[in-house]
Design a protein around this ligand. Structure first.
Ligand code: IVH
Length: 668
């Protein structure tokens, strides 16, 4: 077998194993063997750039290349569905269909309404060629690169399974609850804003400019609508069964109903059972099953007459508001929280509900003793949605506070943000404790022997006033402190001592500059090399760094402009923390690409795209996503896109191949 044939064979086998693993949950080989085959394919593909294929299983991991989404017009408009909220409206829909079909027999296909974002997938000769978001229904964003990383979306359909030459299939991209929780946990650790629900998270992820981010976040997809010439049969249900055979993930919950009662039974069953599903659903979709009958019923301007959505009620309960407390978060953000008489909601007892922010609170116009409505929808935290009855005369109104409940500082509001903040970053207890907790956390200094409770307790006992104080702690002090014994004291002191070896990039993350998460800290550390260089960097220099925008850059400048922060950093330096990148990293660095903006395009033989990106940064260059007059040169591999090539020629930007590039930077 030639290497080319081997590539094709490996691809086919890996597509099948991917399907067995992600769709059937029945792998037939070990993870290790799977990885081995994947590596073999990767190696062969490197040797044969002429065989590059965007639908190769190796492409599931995505790339760091900046995606710009092209706008694409939908072949057929993507309509939405009319909503209903009760049995009465469902029965009215049923009667309308019956009348429309002049009493001919019909079946209704009942299915779940998935709560994500809709996607249109196009296949030609069994190969995924394009994936487009709904957009405004007429045109959407081409997100093919990102969609390729979703494991349950087949890139290549198994030959001979009977799919038409060309077709479109639509469905919903979702973030499963487990991925959603993992993502939000990570974001909380990195001080990034949380996603309110899996739909927002899925949508944010699919629009990410970096497909390797999409690959990591574990999106999923269910398909529910097949379109095009030559699709298998007249029944929607039967067509979805066929799609299942071609390798698409189709919901197992689909069911054909022969009467209104069947529909009610389906709704009733799934209204509770949906809580056990791995993904969010917000209703039921009812579709006339026969495509011929669908055509005869037709469409209104906005939605088909042959389908309707029934929306589940978000669970609501009524209770009495007792008090509003104001919580101070680690960033200083103030969140109003309602304390209420306990009630049962979606199976748990609830006594607190968020009021989000000052605007939401003002709109609700709350008074002590109000009867309020609390809801637990897609959001994890229950929220107050309104009043159940008018306020009793004479009840005191609850206003938003103007001063921090913890330290009394006057609250401020940043432009464009809904939240009020306590600005007292170095004097407000919850802010300080939060900062120290962040400092010792796993991805920062990793002083795992010191948990959040200990941090808070040591702070309250006056042993530490900021994170730098950790390095002054003495054994005797800790032995006298509340809640520690000899063994834990030893562990804590060892953990603190060992943290002095934690690399600079994590020290930078640990000191808690607002908006500087783990990834930004890494980029900044590599680019500037030391705390010293970073602390004197200008706005212009900062925004040169890959992934550093205006907001982060300004925040860095503001941090180092504050004398208290300078002192803090100086003390950390004195205590022996790493304030620059390692000798090895330093030696590897050069200025060969200083001030150069470089675009990477195509497929490479010697190194991966990521490796080239790292090389560019190592030699002080900047990797940018799109070609402009400012581009210094294009590092081009095989199969560089024709539009890029044209643009480069038009702007007179130099194109460099990989050998030339490697010579320029002096790498192998
Ligand atoms: S069918 C013309 N089926 O709900 C009918 N849609 O408001 C096309 N959705 O934009 C849609 N689950 O994003 C259909 N089983 C399902 C669905 C579903 C969720 C979404 C879809 C659509 C919206 C309709």
């Amino acid at each position: 077998m030639t290497e080319q044939e081997q590539i094709l064979k490996l691809r086919e086998e890996l597509h099948q194993h991917n399907y067995n693993y992600y769709m059937l949950n029945m792998p037939t080989i070990s993870d290790k063997d799977f990885d081995m085959m994947m590596h073999q394919l990767q190696d062969l593909e490197k040797l044969h750039p002429e065989m590059a294929d965007p639908n190769s299983p190796t492409q599931r991991v995505g790339s760091d290349l900046n995606n710009e989404f092209a706008t694409v017009k939908h072949k057929r408009p993507m309509l939405s569905l009319a909503n209903t909220y009760n049995k009465q409206e469902v029965s009215e829909f049923y009667e309308r269909v019956k009348d429309g079909l002049q009493d001919a027999p019909f079946q209704i296909c009942c299915e779940l309404k998935f709560d994500g974002l809709s996607i249109s997938l196009h296949y030609e000769k069994g190969s995924l060629v394009r994936a487009v978001t709904r957009g405004d229904g007429t045109q959407g964003d081409d997100v093919t690169q990102n969609v390729r990383t979703i494991r349950t979306i087949p890139l290549q359909l198994p030959q001979g399974s009977g799919y038409p030459d060309e077709f479109e299939i639509r469905g919903e991209v979702l973030m499963p609850w487990t991925s959603f929780e993992r993502l939000n946990k990570q974001r909380a650790e990195n001080e990034e804003p949380l996603f309110a629900n899996p739909r927002n998270a899925a949508s944010g992820t699919l629009k990410s400019k970096n497909s390797s981010v999409v690959a990591e976040r574990g999106l999923d997809a269910y398909l529910y609508y097949l379109l095009g010439e030559g699709i298998p049969g007249d029944g929607h249900y039967q067509n979805m069964e066929a799609a299942k055979k071609w390798g698409f993930q189709v919901s197992k919950a689909m069911k054909l109903a022969n009467s209104l009662q069947d529909i009610y039974d389906y709704i009733e069953y799934w209204d509770t059972e949906r809580k056990n599903l791995p993904v969010a659903t917000d209703g039921i979709v009812l579709k006339v099953n026969s495509l011929a009958q669908q055509r005869s019923l037709g469409m209104t301007a906005k939605s088909p007459r042959w389908a309707i959505a029934y929306k589940f009620q978000a669970e609501q309960a009524e209770t009495t508001l007792r008090q509003v407390v104001f919580q101070v978060g680690r960033t200083g953000a103030i969140t109003p929280v309602a304390n209420m008489d306990p009630i049962q909601l979606s199976g748990t007892q609830v006594r607190r509900a968020t009021l989000h922010n000052a605007d939401v609170m003002a709109q609700l116009d709350l008074h002590i003793g109000d009867r309020i409505l609390v809801e637990k929808g897609g959001e994890i935290i229950p929220k107050v949605v309104g009043k159940a009855c008018p306020t009793e005369p004479g009840s005191p109104r609850i206003n938003f506070i103007t001063r921090c409940p913890a330290c009394g500082s006057k609250l401020i509001r940043y432009e464009g943000e809904a939240a009020f903040y306590c600005p007292n970053e170095t004097g407000c207890p919850p802010l300080i404790v939060g900062k120290i907790e962040h400092f010792v956390s796993r991805k920062a200094m990793n002083i795992f022997s010191l948990g959040p409770e200990m941090v808070e307790s040591y702070y309250k006992q006056g042993l530490i006033h900021d994170a730098a104080d950790l390095y002054t702690l003495k054994e005797r002090q800790l032995l006298n402190a509340e809640g520690t014994n000899k063994v834990s004291v030893n562990n804590i002191l060892t953990g603190i001592e060992e943290s002095k070896n934690v690399p600079f990039e994590r020290v930078l993350f640990a000191i808690g500059i607002r908006f500087v998460g783990e990834i930004a800290a890494k980029s900044l550390a590599r680019y500037f090399g030391s705390m010293e260089n970073l602390s004197t960097a200008t706005l212009e220099e900062l925004t040169q760094v890959n992934g550093i925008g205006d907001v982060i850059a300004r925040s860095v400048i503001k941090f180092f402009a504050d004398e208290r922060n300078q002192n803090f950093v100086n003390r950390l330096k004195e205590y022996g923390l790493q304030m620059q990148i390692s000798q090895e990293q330093q030696e590897a660095k050069s200025d060969r690409l200083k001030d150069m903006s470089i675009v990477i395009s195509g497929v490479f033989a010697h190194h991966s795209r990521d490796e080239y990106k790292t090389m560019i940064e190592k030699h002080s260059g900047k990797n940018v996503g799109s070609i402009s007059g400012k581009t210094s040169f294009i590092l081009a591999g095989e199969n560089m896109g024709p539009s890029k090539l044209e643009k480069a020629q038009k702007l007179g930007v130099k194109i460099m191949d990989e050998d030339e590039f490697l010579q320029l930077v002096g790498e192998e």
